[in-house]
Design a protein around this ligand. Structure first.
Ligand code: URA
Length: 192
């Protein structure tokens, strides 16, 4: 575990712990407020993220940003966004269990430095990895689970919403639940 962001970042940017390092253009470390009380964790970078070195900047990222803004959350202000794996899996396939296992310590270290009160797992892969391997996202999205003093909420991935827009009201409801939880337990997320 690194105590400083700079050390963590520099070491992560050199990572060769799994085969995904071979084809990457960039490591997508994470972005946002390092003092955020709320963290969003997706599964892994896609094509655009790999090119721009920032999470959720493609079509699904735009949708995520717009839904976040509805509850006054912004990546450059009051949240931090990262992924389970930091390098793009080829053809946007799901990251393999061994790739997730190789990468997870970077995320653990980010969580240890940020100390969020709430983590939102964006999509099935992230929810299975950080909340419960047997989670059923279609049934359990929008509910909070407390793990190691952190409230965790799974939600449906915005890429899934792009394929199936009928799911959008469900995610809007998840985000309203999130807003309520923030109002209950966070002290500075909604203060300028
Ligand atoms: N999907 C994810 O899960 N993460 C990203 O960064 C982009 C798309």
């Amino acid at each position: 575990m690194y105590d400083s962001w700079e050390e963590l970042r520099l070491n992560c940017l050199e990572c060769k712990k799994c085969g995904l390092c071979e084809k990457r253009n960039n490591i997508v470390f994470g972005c946002g407020n390092m003092k955020a009380e709320v963290m969003f964790i997706g599964e892994g970078p896609g094509e655009k993220e790999d090119l721009l070195a920032e999470p959720f900047v493609g079509r699904s990222g735009k949708l995520l940003d717009s839904m976040l803004s509805e509850i006054d959350l912004y990546r450059n202000k009051n949240i931090y966004i990262a992924n389970i794996v930091k390098c793009r899996p080829p053809e946007n396939r799901d990251p393999l269990p061994e790739e997730q296992d190789s990468c997870i310590d970077w995320l653990r270290n980010q969580v240890a430095l940020i100390k969020p009160k709430i983590i939102v797992a964006v999509g099935r892969i992230a929810a299975m990895k950080i909340i419960d391997p047997s989670i059923k996202i279609t049934k359990q999205h929008g509910f909070f689970y407390k793990k190691k003093k952190i409230w965790m909420m799974p939600t449906i991935h915005p890429a899934s919403l792009l394929r199936n827009p009928a799911q959008k009201p469900m995610v809007e409801e998840d985000f309203q639940n999130l807003k309520q939880k923030i109002l209950e337990i966070c002290t500075h997320t909604y203060i300028n």
